[in-house]
Design a protein around this ligand. Sequence first.
Ligand SMILES: CC(C)(COP(=O)(O)OP(=O)(O)OC[C@H]1O[C@@H](n2cnc3c(N)ncnc32)[C@H](O)[C@@H]1OP(=O)(O)O)[C@@H](O)C(=O)NCCC(=O)NCCS
Length: 176
Amino acid sequence: MLTCIEIRLLTDRDAAAYWHLRLEALEREPQSFGEAAEEHRQTSVELAAERLAANPGDNFVFGAFQQSQLVGMAGFFRYPIAKARHKGRIWGVYVGASCRGQGIGRALLAALLERIKACPGVEQVSLTVVTGQEAARNLYCSLGFKPYGLEPRGLKVGDRYLDNEYMVLKLSQLGH
Ligand SMILES: CC(C)(COP(=O)(O)OP(=O)(O)OC[C@H]1O[C@@H](n2cnc3c(N)ncnc32)[C@H](O)[C@@H]1OP(=O)(O)O)[C@@H](O)C(=O)NCCC(=O)NCCS
């Protein structure tokens, strides 16, 4: 049950909490994300602040807060080039392990999708889920995302290969 959770857009003032939660995600769930924790460690809180402050119209991150603590996040960016501006990607979906199963992931995605729907001209949104991430896949399917392709060995984590499944949601079909 979702109790005492605040879902809101992150701003540059949330940069430190965002940077640390992203590092936690990459360290604890390396099989779920394309970026490596070492790559994230080479970025800075200042850079995160710049990104969270820049262009919130087409590029934003939602956070879930429990007792003022950032416990979950989900990001979106819109492709900037003219022929791809009708679409964007969801990235970085993560809820801390101790907070899962309470509806936070669903609430984050719902808020993110509402915000994406408000972007004039954005018609569809895609994402990638690594095979085996059943919780994430179930969540996306329940929101109407449809798989459209599988890339065998799309990620290599240590010696292990993982497949990428690509999914897309037409915003006109949201909630149907
Ligand atoms: C995917 C993730 C964000 C879900 O967050 P969450 O807060 O636990 O999700 P919710 O409680 O809102 O559940 C939403 C839906 O996800 C699915 N789900 C959640 N936990 C699940 C589990 N353990 N097994 C199967 N499906 C599950 C269900 O469809 C659920 O809907 P329901 O409760 O109506 O059945 C979280 O598990 C996570 O951070 N996983 C690790 C990182 C990851 O895989 N990120 C996705 C990268 S593509």
